[in-house]
Write a protein that binds this ligand. Sequence first.
Ligand code: ASP
Length: 360
Amino acid sequence: MKRFFSAVLLITLVAMPVLTLAQKPGRPGVLQLQSPQNPRLGFVIHGGAGVITRGSLTPEEEAEYRKKLEEAVLAGYAALKAGKTGLDAIEIAIRILEDSPLFNAGKGAVFTADGKNELDAAIMDGKSLNAGAVAGLHHIKNPITLARAVMEKSPHVMMIGEGAEKFAKEQNMDFVPESYFFTQRRWDSLQKIIKQEKENEKNKKSSSFEGVPGSLRELPSNKFGTVGAVALDKDGNLAAGTSTGGMTYKKYGRVGDVPVIGAGTYADNSTCAVSATGWGEFFIRLGVARDISALMEYRALPIQQAVDLVIQQKLQKAGGDGGVIAIDKFGNIGISFNSEGMYRAYIDKDGKAVVEIYKD
Ligand code: ASP
């Protein structure tokens, strides 16, 4: 009898850690019990959604975008493979896109109506639900890094304008003069819109910027171009980050969806990580990123269905446009946009980078 109890005790002691492991996310092999799919590292990025049709980019331009997106997605994925966290991977990839003049974030940010660049960014940790966001920056080279500092080194979630830049100084962030953000292409886009606005005024038509006929969306120069990333790391943690210059011709002090947690950026280990791009006002009103997470949490929708429901139905019906990238805790990817195109890249099941731009 005594021997029997010793055997039961032994079996229990051996079995317990195995059972505990089975409940922990992010353990390869064991998670097979919890999902039809093996968990894996996951990394997806976007470089903005908008009027991007075949033929709107020259072959050279398209090649440049593809190259930069591939560089960023591979850099983030390499960080994950080296055992870094999802937050690290996101910061690494977004910094690459912020430093490129191709995208509307950091260098290459669009201009406000009064000819300035005002940058917003956010990052969120799905494990702790901690988040950091910054808005209305004029001198910070890499807003994503400042957003992360707000999350990790301040007791706050969001900091704006001068105060955020003061904090950045204390954190030894890289500062640049405002002229650093200038690109001819973005300046020309602003001039085009100003010209159209003047014409509208002359013809007593409503402002293009308010989204009525003759809308901003119809200007081919208006490719949104915000950047973002979502990641699943080796510990099963999800994270999301987004960075933007906002929208061309925005008014001074306008803050978009990107730094609004739950609108343009959201991550929760129990559901998904989301980064959005598009007409920010709509994403704020609909709480797009959090809505996607809620559909997974309360209605147990698979990730692709959740992103499609919010983008193709709710956003579409509301009259907004744009898209999202998302990833769930098993590494399933969800991508949806109702614009003509969206710059995007992800790591596929075989660990290869896939870069896509157009709808088809
Ligand atoms: N969502 C951004 C904003 O409204 C713009 C973009 O995605 O390009 O600020």
